[in-house]
Design a protein around this ligand. Structure first.
Ligand SMILES: NC(=O)c1ccc[n+]([C@@H]2O[C@H](COP(=O)([O-])OP(=O)(O)OC[C@H]3O[C@@H](n4cnc5c(N)ncnc54)[C@H](OP(=O)(O)O)[C@@H]3O)[C@@H](O)[C@H]2O)c1
Length: 239
């Protein structure tokens, strides 16, 4: 049975991924900051008869990452999905105004944490059969795509570009160990992050559809596509 660990699994795309993998009969380790208050996730745990379990993880906290590693010990992981992310704090950071602390927090959560978590759980991936490391990125990372809109997203754009660069480095440096790296744009998704505009737009997609497509892209990941930047439909995105 495939064993998948997902960060930020209490809502949005992370929760939808947990539901999709459980429906596909995978074993899911669903991580979030506070499992005791994650109502939808607790309902999923209760309804899936032991296939889904929760563990606490604040991706911005070194001690929390170390505690996660202690909790899972030597357990093999087939798929590790770095999904947790923030829009920026504050979301609006522009040519006119950069919030230094907020920028650093955004980089910490979106770009650095996925690498630290991958390092902490590398041995678990090596013990797994699939050895797939996945980062949920954004088209806002791309300087070749979607660069004309949203001029107030400097921190978010930079953090996702840095995420992509770090993940591409791991794809190169861990290839000899058989670790495959997926860098995936989930689409414009109707979640809290997608916000009111996504909720009102016919061009957005549901978290369920995004998760279904993402699980298919992860299943298709091979050495040939490891380190590529793909969208939820499998199309290649510009860096
Ligand atoms: N929605 C879109 O249109 C879209 C587009 C492109 C990329 N993405 C990417 O997709 C991923 C998921 O986004 P989403 O739309 O599902 O967003 P969301 O609904 O806002 O959910 C974000 C998730 O990340 C978690 N998170 C944030 N900071 C965390 C931390 N320090 N430690 C642990 N968990 C933390 C949140 O947990 P809490 O509940 O504890 O805050 C929540 O579970 C993100 O990486 C995002 O950048 C989304």
């Amino acid at each position: 049975m495939t064993r998948v660990l997902i960060t930020g699994a209490n809502r949005g795309i992370g929760l939808a991924l947990a539901r999709q993998y459980a429906a596909d009969s995978a074993e899911v380790i669903a991580c979030c900051r506070n499992p005791s208050t994650a109502r939808a996730l607790r309902e999923l745990v209760a309804s899936t008869g032991g296939k889904v379990r929760t563990l606490p993880l604040d991706v911005a906290d070194d001690a929390s990452i170390a505690s996660l590693k202690r909790a899972i010990g030597d357990l093999p992981l087939d798929v590790l999905i770095n999904n947790a992310g923030i829009n920026g704090t504050p979301k609006a950071q522009s040519a006119e105004r950069i919030d230094v602390e907020g920028w650093m927090t955004t980089m910490r959560i979106n770009a650095l944490a996925p690498i630290l978590i991958a390092q902490a759980l590398r041995d678990n991936l090596l013990r797994g059969s699939d050895k797939k490391l996945v980062a949920i990125s954004s088209d806002y990372a791309s300087t070749g795509t979607n660069y004309g809109s949203s001029r107030d997203r400097y921190a978010y754009r930079a953090s996702k570009a840095a995420l992509n660069n770090g993940m591409r480095g791991l794809a190169r440096d861990w290839a000899d160990d058989g670790i495959l790296v997926g860098i995936l744009y989930p689409g414009w998704v109707r979640t809290d992050m997608g916000g009111e505009r996504a909720a009102a737009s016919p061009n957005s997609i549901s978290a369920e559809h995004s998760a279904l497509c993402l699980t298919r892209r992860i299943a298709e990941l091979t050495p040939a596509t490891s380190g590529a930047f793909l969208d939820y439909n499998g199309e290649t995105l510009d860096w």
